[in-house]
Every structure is written in C-alpha cells, then in structure tokens.
Design a protein around this ligand. Sequence first.
Ligand SMILES: [Zn+2]
Length: 290
Amino acid sequence: MRIFDPHIHMSSRTTDDYAAMAEVGVRAIVEPAFWLGQPRTSAGSFLDYFDALVGWEPFRAAQFGIRHHCAIALNPKEANDPRCREVLPELPRYLAKDRVVAVGEVGDDSMTQEEDGVFAHQLELARGHELPVLVHTPHRDKETGTKRTLAVVRESGIAPERVIVDHLNELTVDMVAESGCWMAFSIYPDTKMDEPRMVAILRRHGLDRMLVNSAADWGRSDPLKTHATGRAMLTAGFTDDDVDQLLWRNPVAFFGQSGRLDLADDAVLPATFAGNTILRGPRPDGEAAG
Ligand SMILES: [Zn+2]
C-alpha cells in the first residue's frame, strides 16, 4: 500500500511515528500550518514555525524516506487574535516557497466575523499565488459551519476543484459533493469519523474527489489511520486499485495542482541541514545519532 497523508501535523509527533508510518507505506505527506496548543502572542512565533515547516520537518521526514510538503496560513482559531493577524502580510513570501503546496489550514472555527474575514483574505491569496486551499470545518455545529464555509468559498470565486473541505462526516458530505470541492475525512481513534463509517461513505459516494487523512496532532490521534482505512476498505471488498486511488492518486492529483509536488524517487534533500548530517544508522565514528 502506498500512502499520501494529506493532513498531518508532524511537528507535534515523534520520530517513532515517522518510523511506524514509513513501515506501513506512508511515502508522502502534507503538513498544514496550525496552532501550537499554547496560544501565540506575536507574529514572530508564526515565522519560526513556518521556517520549521519548510526546512526542519522535511529533513526529519526524509530520514524515513517520507516526502514532506506543507500548507501555510493563519489558522482559524488564531484568526481571532489581533496580535496573530499581524502575520498576514508575511504569508506571501512563504507561499512562494518550493515545498508549499497549498494555503491552509484556513476556515471557520468558532464562526466569528474575524474568522470569516481572514478566511476570505487567504482565499484571495491562494488565487493570487495559484495555489490550492485546505479548509478546516468547525467541530461544533458542523452543518452550519460547513454551509457557511461553502458560502465564503463561493463568494471568493476560487475554482471549487482547487479547494479541499476537511473534517467532513455523514451530515456534511452531500453539500460538499454538490459544491464541486474535494471532500476530506479525518479518521480519529475514538471520536468523530472512524474506519467503518468511512467505508460506508465511500460505498455511497464513490472515490472521486475523496481524501482520507489522520489529522494527527497534539491531541489523541493516530498517524496510521490512513493505513487502517485502506485495510478496512480491502476487508469490505474494495480492490487494491481503489485503495491506491484514495490513498495515493487522489492526493497527488489534488496537490499536483500546485505544480510543486516532489515525489521523484531520486530527489533527495541536501546531505546536511543546519549543521546536522542525515543519519541512516550508526555514524561511521561509532557515536550514537543525536
Ligand atoms: Zn489540522
């Protein structure tokens, strides 16, 4: 099984997670920018984080043979804090970078006017930079939130095939299917969407414009949920080719719209990063890898 996880926050995960992901077939990921758990108090805190997403995290992932890409944005939660909104003028220089394959995650969280304004502004940035967009939908009052999300997307004039609407469930999938946007589902260990419910949705809706992710982050989550969904599909009678479409070809097709996906087997990162040597085993001098 080859797997592309289109939404996972690796900055909050360990190297053990990278190793386990590589083991089950995860070969490429997109890490959307989000919050740090602890609220940020200045724009500078975003810039260090964005630098880590375009530099340090791809280096960490490469040690496990995983291609790391990211999406850059001011996340919905922090759009409500005027100190955080000061990062907005800094976004364009990150959106020009090689490994940035989308604007995200953007959208509504508590559905405030501030969130809507920042969301609309970032959809405009996506159009200007010709990048696709990853949109988060609220976990509370999801139907109202998703309706509102689709209204903001429509008003922006961005092409729906360049938009992912994420964290969907049985109640919100139909309206997103009708909108022409891509439909994404986050599979969680014990809340919200799980594998059997996902398989039932795929049976009803088919595989076109469908994406599955682990959305693994600081909370209770599981970076192997993409693989678990693939296994559940096979058990339910889907073919290997169906699984490949959902877990690999669909995310490649969507993020390929950025023109920046790096999936060539021979494309490797430089051998050194910030003074560190990429270590694939014990160092020649016998010292342990640090
Ligand atoms: Zn997320």
